[in-house]
Design a protein around this ligand. Structure first.
Ligand SMILES: Cc1cc2nc3c(=O)[nH]c(=O)nc-3n(C[C@H](O)[C@H](O)[C@H](O)COP(=O)(O)OP(=O)(O)OC[C@H]3O[C@@H](n4cnc5c(N)ncnc54)[C@H](O)[C@@H]3O)c2cc1C
Length: 470
């Protein structure tokens, strides 16, 4: 008889720990990630072919956490079938999960499925944001960590939450000049009112302090309560215009400032990669601060679909440390389900991780207000601004569709083609939802097969499929 199998999607901190835990508890584990190496967003590693490279990744404060995570994973790696460079592109049910690499595809089955797919960045569009040279703050990091490349020489950064600040400091350490970091809100206000959160997050805060010191030493102005108004340049980004805002996101007249830059990076928070869980039928709820449409899950990560679990940031932004603990908790629950149809069976095995996760969650809850966008910020998206860059759909086109009564996200998509391009709506759906108002945010867009791009040759080359109970 074959062993009960746990399939884990995503080899970030959450997926690595879920896989290690389920393997430790006796399950056969398949760990699938589209990246060439494990680590996820936070511990992204260069491709094995990039041993050296022009610029080294500035990952020093993360090094110790990374070492501990990889050490724990390595203890069970021998019992984990890790498939790098492989994506899960559809979930029709736990007995039919479609995975694909560059050359082949396969339908696999799971006794328990853990979705640990993390999140992606959110950007509020401004005039000029589609010019070459405009990137996300996370892309600055991905190029540095994954490709050993610095995106530019003079890099202006704007947005919300801590990522713009961290990415800017990493660029300074990599040798770039940063003319400004413009943040919508101060980062620490929520924390100062909450001593328990300050204590719980002291380790992360000391890292944050270090990044702030890097910026201070380099003389980088960090401006809070500032909003990006536009990017301009002759065929490519050359300058960023920002202004103080009135608390609601509207610029205060006379406070505009221009900063010359060859690269401009934005980050206005994150959107959870919840599409696989939604395709499998999991209920969702909308949480604007923690990642938009989030699968509803209990403290074991169990969703409304029996056997389907969500771990880490795919269930809502909580950071890499919480994701690793959450992965260990969810891995134990998934193993309990796969082996005994009882998610609580191994709860005691994950008690330490559960307690540590609670501490990280306390800290993250206090940090969450820094991601809250001022209520009028989308008033800055002018009628001519492109909202969906894949399909070239402007705000004016979207406003017309809303005026015609298409204010649900799926209706807007069908009527304007926004969100139908090659990125699958990753860069525009949150803006569309915000423009459409409560109905837009209340209705998650339908998740369809083909969540990640797959080569037709890979689909045509189906290797032997597995059926339930094999
Ligand atoms: C762009 C970005 C930058 C960040 N920068 C920082 C930072 O500087 N400091 C910090 O403390 N935190 C940062 N964070 C947050 C931090 O990365 C996360 O909190 C942490 O990595 C969450 O771990 P996770 O395992 O839940 O998800 P992740 O680490 O995001 O891992 C998810 C994994 O799932 C894989 N995946 C997704 N979909 C599929 C699919 N369909 N098929 C196969 N594989 C899939 C991805 O390749 C990825 O490896 C950042 C997050 C993002 C998105």
């Amino acid at each position: 008889m074959s062993r009960a199998r746990v399939v884990v999607v995503g080899a970030g901190p959450a997926g690595m720990m879920a896989a290690a835990q389920a393997a430790r508890l006796g399950c056969a584990v398949l760990l699938v990630d589209e990246a060439p190496r494990p680590g996820g967003q936070i511990h992204r590693q260069p491709s094995p072919s990039l041993a050296g490279g022009a610029v080294s990744a500035a990952a020093r404060p993360e090094a110790e956490r990374k070492r501990r995570l990889f050490e724990r994973f390595a203890r069970h790696a021998g019992s984990i079938d890790h498939r790098p460079g492989t994506s899960v592109t559809a979930v029709y049910g736990l007995d039919r999960i479609l995975i694909a690499d560059e050359t082949s595809s396969q339908l696999i089955r799971a006794d328990a499925l853990v979705v640990a797919t993390g999140l992606h960045e959110r950007v509020v569009p401004v005039p000029g944001w589609t010019l070459p040279g405009v990137v996300t703050a996370g892309a600055l990091q991905a190029l540095l960590k994954g490709g050993r490349v610095r995106a530019g020489d003079r890099i202006a950064v704007a947005g919300a939450g801590p990522l713009p600040l961290v990415a800017a400091a990493q660029m300074v350490e990599a040798g770039a000049t940063v003319p400004v970091v413009a943040l919508l809100r101060p980062l620490w206000l929520g924390l100062l009112r909450d001593p328990a959160a300050l204590w719980a997050g002291r380790g992360v805060l000391s890292e944050g302090w270090r990044w702030l010191s890097v910026l201070r030493r380099a003389g980088v102005p960090v401006l809070t309560r500032h909003v990006a108004l536009s990017v301009s340049g002759d065929g490519a980004a050359e300058r960023l215009v920002i202004a103080r805002h009135d608390g609601r996101g509207r610029p205060v007249p006379g406070t505009e400032q221009r900063f010359a830059a060859d690269t401009i990076a934005f980050n206005h928070g994150f959107t959870a990669n919840s599409d696989l869980a939604r395709m499998a039928g999991a209920e969702t709820r909308f949480d604007p601060r923690r990642g938009g449409w989030l699968p509803v899950r209990d403290s074991d990560g169990a969703t409304s679909v029996p056997g389907l679990f969500v771990a880490g940031d795919a269930g809502g932004l909580a950071g890499g440390l919480a994701a690793a603990c959450d992965g260990a908790v969810v891995g134990a629950a998934a193993a309990g389900w796969a082996l005994h149809r009882d998610a609580g069976r191994f709860a005691a095995q994950a008690a330490t991780d559960r307690a540590e996760r609670a501490r990280h969650w306390t800290f993250q809850a206090a940090l969450a207000p820094s991601w809250e966008l001022p209520p009028d910020i989308h008033a800055l998206v002018t009628p001519a601004t492109v909202v969906c860059r894949c399909e070239g759909v402007t705000r004016a086109r979207i406003d017309r569709a809303i005026a015609d009564g298409h204010d649900g996200l799926n209706g807007l998509k069908r009527n304007t083609r926004a969100g139908m391009g090659s990125c699958g709506g990753r860069s525009c759906l949150r803006t569309l939802a915000a423009l459409a108002g409560p109905r837009g945010e209340g209705e998650a867009v339908n998740a369809r097969p083909g969540i990640r791009p797959v080569a037709l040759a890979a689909l045509a080359n189906r290797v032997s499929d597995e059926s339930m109970g094999s």
